[in-house]
Design a protein around this ligand. Structure first.
Ligand code: GLN
Length: 473
């Protein structure tokens, strides 16, 4: 077992010869094999990874390597990686092969990262427990009878179980932050538009973002740095300067931290609350100003999220019709029947539920009552954050109202499942960045995460404060 603190430490050790990159990749491949029962990976690229390890190790020795040279990364199976399967953990894309690289993937490859495999997730990123996957459940490495969270469950587990250095996930309503909290690691959802969505299979296009999971803040910052930036191929990517996320000096200013009362009400697990309260007190004792604030429209966030994202999903997933991509029902008697049977057999239950909900809220007669109204509420939620960020730099909340739950516990109760995103969907509705930071374990030994949100394009404040907390513990 090779020990390194973060990527920079690893790079030093590769340079000095203390670590052989090839041995390091072999170590991860062995760990993936040994922990196969966690089901974190849909595909492992052993041969490519070993070959690239040799090439990159040489580049490092010669001093002409990229900024992620030797970082071993796993990517969620909703991201396009050229000539590799792209299934979105769905039967409808079971045999689909990517014809190009997602921009985020191209960028990490250009910087000499080593992609070790594609991770399991909820089908089309719809879910909170990784129980909606055509590749089967993913298990929480801390305790195998619990879920790892979702939808980026495989990506979180890949890092938490030591199967890679860093992973990429996607977050539409919490799918990076919630599994990071359930698995006891760091996970960051960037500002909407910070990272190009080209090659990210769309679930809800106005919510989706790509972001990293890691064991430490430095790696989160570095990977965010690489994948960020305007992309001519994604008109929703932001034309904003990307600050140097990796220079994280020990905090030289004291951000004002807001605690929104709406995130500490009914439904919040007692032990989670206790751990968060302890952390807040600790921060206060270090001289940070803590302000009680209100985000008054919070109670509408889940309803708004599930109206708007299902509407967008029903439109985005219309392209999977058996004619163009992936699975096609072979012996149908008409075109209509081919569409029907391909979709009936190709999609899982949760995806069908969302398509039906979304079609309903967009249909004539209901559009005004649901979709249009939800758009208006989205604006109110954004206004809440705009007002809050006039008073505070950061907003601190629990990531999820409870720690990981048992496999099967909520899988037959969609509403209960949806409530696990009660604290995370608002950041996607408002387009702001959020990070989940591990802060401890409950009496069952299950990890608990704390969420910190910042205003749009202020990821650096999250990283700086995250670094401060990391140093404290
Ligand atoms: N769990 C939420 C959902 O099911 C969030 C999913 C996500 O962020 N991709 O929609």
């Amino acid at each position: 077992m090779i020990i390194y603190k973060n990527y920079f430490d690893k790079l030093d050790k590769i340079r000095s010869g203390e670590i052989s990159l090839k041995e390091n990749v072999k170590y991860f491949l062995k760990a993936i094999e040994e922990k196969k029962s966690l089901n974190a990976f849909n595909f492992v690229f052993a041969d490519d990874a070993l070959k690239n390890a040799e090439i990159v190790e040489r580049k490092i020795k010669e001093g002409n390597h990229g900024k992620l040279a030797g970082m071993v990364i796993a990517i969620k199976d909703v991201l396009a990686y050229k000539d590799k399967p792209l299934t979105c953990s769905s039967n409808i894309l079971r045999n689909f092969i990517s014809v190009y690289n997602a921009t985020a993937i191209r960028k990490i490859i250009d910087e000499d990262a080593i992609i070790i495999g594609k991770t399991n997730c909820d089908e089309f990123a719809m879910g909170s427990s990784n129980e909606n996957s055509a590749f089967g459940n993913v298990l929480n490495p801390v305790n195998n009878s619990y879920v790892p969270g979702g939808s980026s469950g495989g990506s979180a587990v890949a890092v938490a179980a030591g199967l890679c250095d860093v992973s990429l996930g996607t977050d539409t309503g919490g799918s990076i932050r919630q599994p990071a909290s359930f698995c006891g690691i760091y996970g960051l959802k960037p500002t909407y538009g910070r990272v190009s969505r080209l090659g990210l299979t769309a679930f809800a296009s106005s919510f989706d973002s790509i972001g990293p999971f890691a064991n430490n803040i430095e790696d989160i910052a570095l990977v965010l740095q690489i994948i960020s930036g305007k992309d001519e191929m994604d008109s929703t990517s932001a034309d904003k300067d990307v600050p140097d996320f990796t220079s994280l000096p020990d905090i030289n200013y004291k951000p004002v931290i807001g605690i929104p009362k709406e995130y500490f009400g009914e439904g919040l697990d007692k032990e989670v609350r206790q751990l968060i309260d302890n952390k807040i007190n600790e921060i206060k004792s270090k001289g940070f100003e803590i302000k009680n604030i209100s985000l008054p429209n919070t109670e509408y966030s889940i309803a708004t999220y599930y109206i708007l994202t299902t509407a967008e999903a029903s439109s985005n997933l219309a392209r999977f019709d058996g004619a163009r991509y992936g699975y096609r029902h072979k012996d149908s008697s008409s075109l209509k029947q081919m569409y029907e049977l391909s979709r009936t057999e190709g999609f899982g239950a949760e995806v069908k539920r969302r398509i039906m909900l979304g079609t309903y809220v967009l249909s004539a007669g209901y559009y005004d009552a649901y979709y249009r109204k939800a758009q208006k509420v989205r604006r109110l939620l954004k206004n809440d954050f705009d007002n809050a960020f006039k008073q505070v730099d950061l907003i601190l909340t629990p990531t999820s109202p409870f720690p990981a739950f048992k496999v099967g516990e909520k899988s037959n109760d969609p509403l209960a499942m949806y409530l696990s995103d009660i604290y995370t969907t608002s950041a996607n509705l408002a387009g702001i960045p959020g990070i989940s930071i591990p802060i401890g374990k409950n009496s069952n030994g299950l990890p608990v995460g704390m969420q910190i949100m910042a205003n749009q394009f202020e990821e650096k404040k999250l990283l700086q404060f995250g670094k401060y907390l990391q140093t404290q513990t």
